[in-house]
Ligand binder design. Structure first.
Ligand code: NAD
Length: 557
């Protein structure tokens, strides 16, 4: 038997399916969509985004998952263990069609070294968040969260700038990968200037091609000149510059560069994916593979220099935050004592949204027809006419976001609104106003679905940052509520040992059964987040629970 190898993968389009139901066809198309060269960062290696976040463990597993999904019945469930299909069990029609567990390790064994050892033996894979759970929609997925974050930064900066107004400011950041590539567009959508350092020229070219980045500067002098000119004209502009952030940021600090906001989205969560100073991009893989321990030390040393420069900008008055890549943790491991002097973005800007059950609601048109997303955009505008920031986002996304793979949209919606949107979408499919079903899911970076003390659950009011029961309850609840596929992962976003998180995807196929499932999943999924924050003592979350009739036993009686 020949071992399957890399091949070009692209999701099927149109209203004809090859699987036995739209539930399984949706899983099939979303898995394939994750590996579409327009979507995945390194499709030949099954790597979707975020360092080594994979959609399947190896090509043989990918082919067997594909075949299993095509033959799966409406009362069967496929089990996927770290990207490998390991069984098909008889369940029932309300059960998920796929259950996924990725990269989970017993806590005492949960570090990169042990993970890599097991990965090399072919026993596990890193699933990141939406890579191994088949709901990555390209860089747009992170764009909305990044847009929301920079809008909140603008409000905090003051100086006449309200939410969504970064005009007249320069944001300095690094990393133009799958997630980080959203930064320049999120900054310019908020009216500001972005200066982005990236060490790999191909990543700069990719962001230029997809219009996430405006221009590439020839060198640092030109980058600064372009940024300052645009800032002075209060003109939005994003400038990419080639270089290693651990060298460029200290150099910019030395020059007294007029920077207002500093953050970072290099792949710092994985010391083998962060490029140390003095290493050529072309040699990254071979050097990391030859001596992972030495490479890790060098990467951490560089991250310490990088973070020290960020702290320097903070001392000089800039707004500085960690954007969820663990760079503070790595710098501290390298011995830099002030690494945690600046906050993570969740406690700084996002937690109030989580208290309302707000988070990254996303959907993909399985038809492949952009007109279907345009129809859902109009439906969202009609459903929530009083939500001006939401309307601003939906209109801007319609104009500026180039789809990658299947057309998709994301917007942050809260408790009650997610269920309303899901039911409306299902009605549109039933009425034939949308030409094929929609897959509705979310990132694992959500209100109730993640335990991640350096990111989503940093600085919880009751100190429950590292309590990982909540994502497990979230996955169980979504399984019990009728989601089409449910996943439980370890290590996404911030790296092995540092997070546990869960995902769900549900399919709006226009049937009454789908409506009943969507109503429950899209109520209960954000509902676990409201409950999690109410339990931690956030009064805003307690009020949201009361308003939406979510029962909190400890507050009753
Ligand atoms: P990625 O691997 O696709 O891209 C990382 C980029 O950083 C690459 O282009 C790489 O060339 C570049 N890079 C590495 N070392 C560098 C250096 N020293 N100087 C300059 N550039 C360097 O990763 P991604 O998907 O873009 O994710 C970036 C980080 O953000 C990851 O750590 C990820 O876990 C984290 N993340 C954050 C959020 C969030 O919401 N804030 C969400 C998901 C992921």
């Amino acid at each position: 038997m020949t071992v399957p190898g890399p091949r070009p993968v692209r999701a099927a389009r149109g209203a004809e399916r090859t699987a036995k139901s739209w539930q399984t066809e949706a899983a099939l198309r979303m898995l394939h969509n994750n590996l579409d060269p327009e979507v995945a960062e390194h499709p030949d290696e099954l790597v979707v985004y975020g360092g080594t976040g994979r959609a399947a463990r190896d090509w043989a597993s990918f082919e067997r998952i594909t075949a299993s999904l095509r033959s799966l019945e409406d009362d069967e469930t496929l089990l996927v263990q770290s990207g490998r299909p390991v069984g098909v069990l008889r369940t029932h029609e309300w059960a998920p069609r796929v259950l996924i567990a990725n990269a989970n390790l017993v806590p005492d064994w949960a570090d990169w070294e042990e993970f890599r050892r097991l990965e090399a033996l072919g026993l596990t894979m890193y699933g990141q968040m939406t890579a191994g759970s088949w709901i990555y929609i390209g860089t747009q997925g992170i764009l909305q969260g990044t847009y929301e974050t920079f809008a909140a930064v603008a409000a905090k900066l003051g100086g006449g700038n309200g939410p969504g107004d970064l005009a007249g400011t320069i944001t300095l950041t690094a990393g133009l990968g799958g997630m980080g590539g959203a930064q320049p567009l999120a900054v310019t959508m908020n009216g500001g200037v972005a200066l982005v350092v990236e060490v790999d020229p191909s990543r700069i070219e990719r962001r230029l091609a997809t219009r996430y980045l405006d221009v590439r500067a020839a060198d640092l002098d030109e980058a600064l000149r372009l940024a300052v000119e645009a800032r002075d004209a209060r003109r939005p502009l994003s400038v990419g510059v080639l270089g290693n952030a651990a060298e460029v940021l200290p150099e910019l600090l030395r020059r007294g560069a007029p920077v207002d906001v500093v953050t970072d989205q290099t792949s710092a969560h994985d010391p083998l994916a962060y490029l140390p100073v003095g290493v050529d991009v072309a040699d990254r893989r071979s050097l990391a593979a030859a001596d992972p321990a030495a490479f890790t030390d060098r990467a951490r040393e560089s991250m310490a220099a990088h973070v020290a420069a960020m702290v320097g900008f903070m001392d000089a008055g800039a707004e500085v935050f960690d954007y969820g890549n663990s760079i503070r943790g790595e710098a501290r491991t390298a011995g830099y004592a002030r690494a945690f002097d600046f906050p993570g973005f969740v406690p700084a800007y996002i937690r109030p949204l989580f208290c309302e059950g707000r988070g990254p609601f996303r959907w993909a048109a399985l038809s492949g027809d952009p007109a279907d997303i345009a129809r859902t955009d109009r439906a969202v505008l009609d459903l929530f006419p009083d939500d001006e920031p939401l309307a601003r986002w939906i209109r801007a996304a319609g104009e500026k976001v180039a789809f990658q793979g299947l057309p998709a949209r994301i917007c942050w919606l809260g408790q009650g609104d997610r269920a309303a949107a899901g039911l409306r979408f299902n009605e549109l499919v039933a009425a034939g106003e949308i030409s094929a079903p929609l897959a509705i899911g979310r990132d694992h970076l959500d209100t109730g679905s993640v335990a991640s003390p350096y990111r989503e659950t940093e600085a919880m009011r009751d100190g429950s940052d590292a309590i990982a029961d909540w994502p497990l309850l979230n996955a169980l609840v979504n399984t019990a509520s009728g989601a089409t596929w449910v996943s439980v992962h370890h290590g996404g976003g911030v790296g092995i040992g540092r997070s546990v998180h869960a995902g769900q995807v549900s399919v709006a196929d226009g049937t009454e059964l789908a409506a009943a499932k969507l109503e429950r999943v899209l109520t209960n999924d954000p509902g676990t987040g409201v409950l999690r924050h109410a339990d931690a003592g956030y009064p805003e979350a307690e009020a949201v629970a009361a308003r939406h009739g979510l029962r909190v036993p400890m507050s009753e009686g």
